[in-house]
Design a protein around this ligand. Structure first.
Ligand code: PNW
Length: 490
């Protein structure tokens, strides 16, 4: 038994699915091969070297563009039920618009999808994991409402090409980072507008997701019978004291509700408490109307209900409190909040990781899942990301194994004690990769990648053996010592 829990409690349902994830810019490399055009990350890393901590880029990354067979082999070694990866918009559609579909781009994803299916591994495909075409960024990117139709056209091309074989789709990965992260300078395109740009992007991302969902629903679902949703980045916000309860609830609406309520709630539209808060604040600031752009009734109906499951990306928790007298507040949802005027802390018992934004609080995962069910009802949840960073070479990654055990235990408790319907779990990541502004410093891989070797060899860590064992036994009732998971593949 683990942590005093009965073995039966540590058993996953037989139809539960396990996977691992990556994203195109983080692993593919081949940034200018064939007719591929550049996206915001090509631009950002080349033009603003100083913004990435180790001044690196994704030009080669894991070279998955050439090493895709090895990627499939790893998925097979782990026994994955599915592999979640993303499609590079500019690799598939070099003009960004539907005028040209790249032969080479098209074939790359055909090979990957067919190779996975040949091994019985389901492809779970993300349409957008942060790599908007630079051409569209120059026209305003996610702040330009035209992107809604540009994205819809891209989605239709992808569904047409791969819909016969891909049965689970994610439209957009982590709108919170796409909008709040980007417009606060945390990720590309390094365009700062936390007051207005964030919310223009927020609305457009929701409309783009909704259009893509409806295109799938109307044109492709009848023949292909797949499922489609988006993946939200969810932080568990806990009140620092009883007096901070309302503020923590508002923080949940700000970061989770703003990207969920319009889609998953019965009534649709922005979360009412937040709409009121930002509306009143905007007027006080001298704006003529709310910075949070209103939805028309048609837009509310367009977005409402555009899901088949809820995609959960979860890593960390934050403590929410009011500032002390004279204490200044700054930052975005990970480090404070200018918008809400709240200070974010962490509890001393939450273990530090090598990522500045990330402390491990396994119990927050269970609370988050319960909160989601309370808010949006008894729907299906697919955990599309969860994982743990480390630095340097470490094949015996004891901390990562412990992290997975602790978080998965809390997820099981949510499933078994709180009846949250979690249908699958995805480890981030299959292998070390380009970790955005952290470059190659922070590593999340079950497999270690040697980035100094041109072949980019991948070696399984203890966590890979742990995960393979979990998938095989469907139970967390596994050896306590992670050193039991020595390298099992030669
Ligand atoms: C997620 N932050 O992102 C992403 O979906 C992955 O691409 C990423 O590699 C993974 O988590 C690990 O970081 C985040 O700075 C990246 O606050 C950065 C932040 C949050 C989420």
């Amino acid at each position: 038994a683990v942590g005093g829990l009965k073995a039966s409690l540590l058993q996953f349902p037989l139809d539960f699915k396990f996977g691992a994830a990556t994203a195109a810019y983080q692993v593919e490399g081949a940034w200018n091969v064939s007719d591929k055009s550049i996206n915001i990350w090509d631009h950002y890393t080349h033009k603003h070297r100083d913004l990435v901590f180790d001044r690196s880029d994704g030009d080669v990354a894991c070279d998955s563009y050439h090493q895709w067979q090895r990627d499939i082999e790893m998925a097979e070694e782990l026994g994955l039920d599915f592999y979640r990866f993303s499609i590079s918009w500019t690799r598939l559609m070099p003009t960004a618009l539907s005028t040209v579909v790249s032969e080479d781009g098209q074939e790359y994803y055909n090979r990957l999808i067919d190779g996975l299916l040949a091994k019985g591994i389901q492809p779970v495909v993300t349409l957008y994991h942060w790599d908007v075409p630079q051409r569209l960024q120059d026209l305003g990117g996610w702040a330009n409402p035209l992107i809604v139709d540009w994205f819809a056209a891209y989605a239709r091309v992808v569904f047409t090409l791969y819909g016969d074989r891909v049965k689970t789709w994610i439209t957009i990965n982590e709108p919170l980072i796409v909008c709040d992260g980007a417009y606060n300078g945390i990720v590309a395109p390094d365009f700062h507008d936390a007051e207005v740009g964030v919310y223009l992007c927020n609305k457009n991302v929701l409309l783009a997701h909704a259009k893509a969902w409806r295109i799938y629903d109307e044109e492709f679902r009848p023949k292909y019978k797949g499922q489609i949703s988006l993946s939200n980045h969810l932080i568990w916000y806990e009140p620092a004291s009883k007096a901070d309860k309302d503020l923590a609830a508002l923080a949940m609406e700000h970061c989770a509700g703003r990207y969920s309520h319009p889609i998953f709630s019965k009534e649709g539209g922005w979360p009412p408490s937040l709409e009121k808060f930002i509306g009143e604040k905007s007027i006080k600031e001298g704006y003529r109307r709310s910075r949070l752009p209103p939805f028309t009734n048609e837009e509310i109906e367009l977005v409402r209900g555009t899901y088949d499951f809820y995609g959960v990306n979860h890593y960390t928790s934050k403590l929410v409190r009011k500032p002390k007298p004279g204490e200044s507040v700054s930052g975005w949802p990970m480090s404070g909040s200018d918008e809400l005027g709240v200070v974010l802390d962490t509890r001393p018992e939450w273990e530090s990781t090598t990522s500045w934004w990330f402390k491990a609080n396994p119990k927050g995962f269970r609370k988050l899942l319960v909160w989601l069910k309370e808010q949006y009802g008894d729907i299906k949840f697919l955990v599309t990301e969860n994982g743990y960073p480390s630095r340097g070479s470490n094949l015996e990654d004891t901390n990562r194994v412990r992290f997975y055990k602790d978080y998965l235990t809390q997820m099981l408790l949510a499933m078994k004690k709180d009846n949250v319907n979690v249908i699958g779990y995805t480890a981030w990541s299959l292998m070390d990769n380009f970790e955005w502004k952290d470059g190659y410093l922070n590593k999340f891989g079950l497999y270690e990648v040697n980035f100094t070797d041109p072949m980019r060899p991948r070696t399984p860590r203890s966590s890979a053996a742990f995960y393979a064992n979990l998938i095989k036994t469907r139970s967390l009732d596994t050896p306590e010592q992670s050193s039991a998971y020595t390298v099992w593949i030669v």
